[in-house]
Design a protein around this ligand. Structure first.
Ligand code: MF3
Ligand code: CO
Length: 252
């Protein structure tokens, strides 16, 4: 079932997205060498609750935390641990909120201290890939148009696209139909109409595309041990084009 959201509903989804965008912006000043990941999670949870919302990931299919924090070769779904961030790492931080029954979902990858040019470029290209995907989120276009745009940009830069995890519809559930893969063929798959809300979330690897799930049952890691980046925006597809609902005060 693919929902068509009214302007009233999109407004609430936008408020939920604003909370997650503000959460990541708030966290950005703490993402430094020596910070404990668990402390970032506590800060995020307190902030979301203070906004009158609820952390959407906590308890979802048994997930234990407010944030997913995925370091270097962790692609997504890293569980915040007692470990400390270290200089030179890149960390994907993914956050979801639920406000009045409506969800927002947003992720950014952050540099911890001084990050080498290779990692920096992976972050830039992954964010560019997301933005190119978002440009395709217009009524009449197809799910495959987004996947094609994301994949083309990532592969043109020599990177690979994770296949096992995909973007998704979002609204009164965190994950709704349709699935939004980060690879695809133009004019293929579900056709967009105005009022759809989707989360687009490319996971781009510097090495090979293959991933596996860690012993903890959640963390997704690259098989070759090379680094991966992840950005995600919640987008409303309106008659006049894509509206990015999770844009905070800063870009990313
Ligand atoms: N943005 C991620 C996703 O859409 C977050 C879900 S993680 C979970 O898959 F912990 F909530 F499962
Ligand atoms: Co998502």
């Amino acid at each position: 079932m693919v929902y068509t959201r009214s302007d009233r509903e999109i407004n609430i989804i936008a408020q939920s997205c604003q909370i997650v965008a503000d959460t990541l912006e708030m966290l950005s000043e703490y993402v430094k060498p020596g910070v404990r990941m668990l402390d970032l999670d506590t800060k995020a949870e307190d902030f979301i609750l203070s906004c009158g919302a609820r952390p959407a990931f906590k308890g979802y299919m048994g997930y234990p935390s407010t944030l997913c924090i995925s370091v270097d070769d962790a692609v997504v779904h890293g569980i915040p641990s007692e470990e400390y961030l270290q200089d030179g790492q890149i960390v994907g931080i993914d956050c979801g909120a639920e406000l009045d029954g409506y969800y927002g979902d947003h992720a950014r990858t952050f540099a911890v201290g001084n990050v080498d040019d290779e990692k920096r470029k992976l972050m830039d290209v992954t964010l560019e890939s997301l933005m190119k995907g978002i440009e395709q989120a217009i009524p009449g276009n197809f799910v495959g148009d987004i996947g094609y745009a994301v994949q083309s940009h990532a592969e043109a830069n020599g990177y690979s696209v994770v296949r096992e995890l995909v973007g998704h519809g979002i609204g009164t559930q965190l994950h709704e139909e349709p699935q939004i893969p980060n690879y695809g063929t133009p004019k293929n798959g579900y056709q967009f109409h105005a009022g759809m809300c989707i989360a687009i979330e490319p996971m781009i690897n510097i090495g090979k595309k293959e991933v596996y799930t860690a012993q903890d049952g959640w963390t997704i890691l690259t098989k070759d041990g090379k680094v991966s980046a992840h950005y995600e925006h919640t987008v409303a597809i309106k008659a006049d084009g894509p509206h990015i609902l999770s844009l905070g005060t800063s870009h990313g």
